[in-house]
Design a protein around this ligand. Structure first.
Ligand code: MN
Length: 317
């Protein structure tokens, strides 16, 4: 169980208190502004500006408000010091701002690419998008997602980045983590949208969080251009701004279309996910087209590759 301490200004602490308003504890330790308890973390903010996060989710929770300074990790008796930063902080009223949102699909699927979409939603368009059914894609089936995507793709400026399997496997084999791939794709998609909408500028850029903000920017070291200004992160960001929900829907649409293309090439329906059904499908593919076809269909480093080969060797599928 880790402890994380970050230092924030009074405005940010006020904002935090609002954010945790439903989880506030009645008893506050001496010298504190508030204490709150989430399922995985106890948060205590002190008058000094120090905020203490305790519990299994302490790093994740602290990441919403400040970025972890890895160089200082370990200092202070096992407590990680965190640099003061607004990067993990969501600006007040973000839901109603003109914002770019970004999200990805396919990272956990054995077959198919990673698709990342950044989408720009102007505040004036928020009611329209709601009307069109844009919301958390986890509440929508593929059929609904396709129908909504077909409409919003002409309403919302967006950029789609598709990391195809061949390229993915090459990068993965060269030692690049999936986290780094995602960071590069998100950054590129966001830069593309910024260019598309210029001279218009978003009031916020919200990335559906998949790593700590500090790690995200570490992944981007060496990139020619890095979108930094107004960039913020949150888990479950689809529920925070419709731009992320729209991005998620468009990313899933692109992913589903790609899987359809792979299905055509395979001659049978390619399943999603990483369960036993993908092992069988991959075995079928290997038998009909040969092992060499695999890198352009799947994420090779998944355990499913060996399972599929085992099925082929046993002729058991
Ligand atoms: Mn996501």
């Amino acid at each position: 169980m880790g402890n994380v301490v970050i230092k924030l200004g009074i405005n940010e602490i006020t904002e935090m208190r609002k954010y945790y308003s439903k989880q506030l504890l009645e008893k506050n330790p001496p010298g504190s502004v508030f204490s709150a308890k989430t399922p995985g973390c106890v948060i205590t903010a002190y008058n000094s500006g120090k905020v203490l996060f305790q519990g299994n989710d302490s790093e994740k929770e602290a990441g919403k408000w400040g970025s972890v300074d890895l160089s200082a990790a370990g200092v202070g008796g096992g407590t990680k010091k965190v640099a003061t930063s607004a990067k993990g902080d969501l600006p007040p009223g973000i839901s109603q701002m003109s914002a770019i949102g970004s999200d990805e699909v396919g990272t956990g699927d054995f077959f198919g690419p990673i698709t990342v979409v950044a989408a720009y939603v102007k505040k004036e368009h928020i009611p329209l998008l709601k009307e069109l059914g844009v919301r958390d894609s986890k509440d929508l089936n593929d059929e609904k997602i396709i129908a909504i995507a077909k409409v919003i793709k002409d309403v919302v400026p967006f950029s789609l980045m598709t990391l195809k399997n061949d390229k993915y496997n090459k990068l993965q084999q060269s030692g690049m983590s999936q986290g780094k791939m995602k960071a590069i794709l998100h950054n590129q998609a966001i830069l593309n949208v910024l260019e598309k909408i210029a001279p218009d500028q978003p009031e916020a850029i919200l990335i559906d969080q998949f790593v700590q903000p500090s790690t995200y920017f570490q992944h981007l070291k060496g990139q020619k251009a890095i979108a930094k200004e107004n960039v913020c992160f949150s888990t479950k960001a689809e529920g925070i701004h419709l731009a992320v929900a729209a991005a998620s829907i468009l990313a899933r649409y692109a992913f589903v279309q790609y899987i359809d293309k792979l299905s055509d090439a395979a001659g049978f329906k390619i399943p999603k996910g990483a369960g036993a059904q993908v092992d069988v499908a991959a075995a079928k593919l290997i038998v009909s087209k040969g092992r060499d076809i695999l890198p352009s269909f799947v994420k090779l480093h998944f355990a499913n590759t060996d399972k599929a080969m085992a099925l082929v060797n046993k002729r058991k599928f």
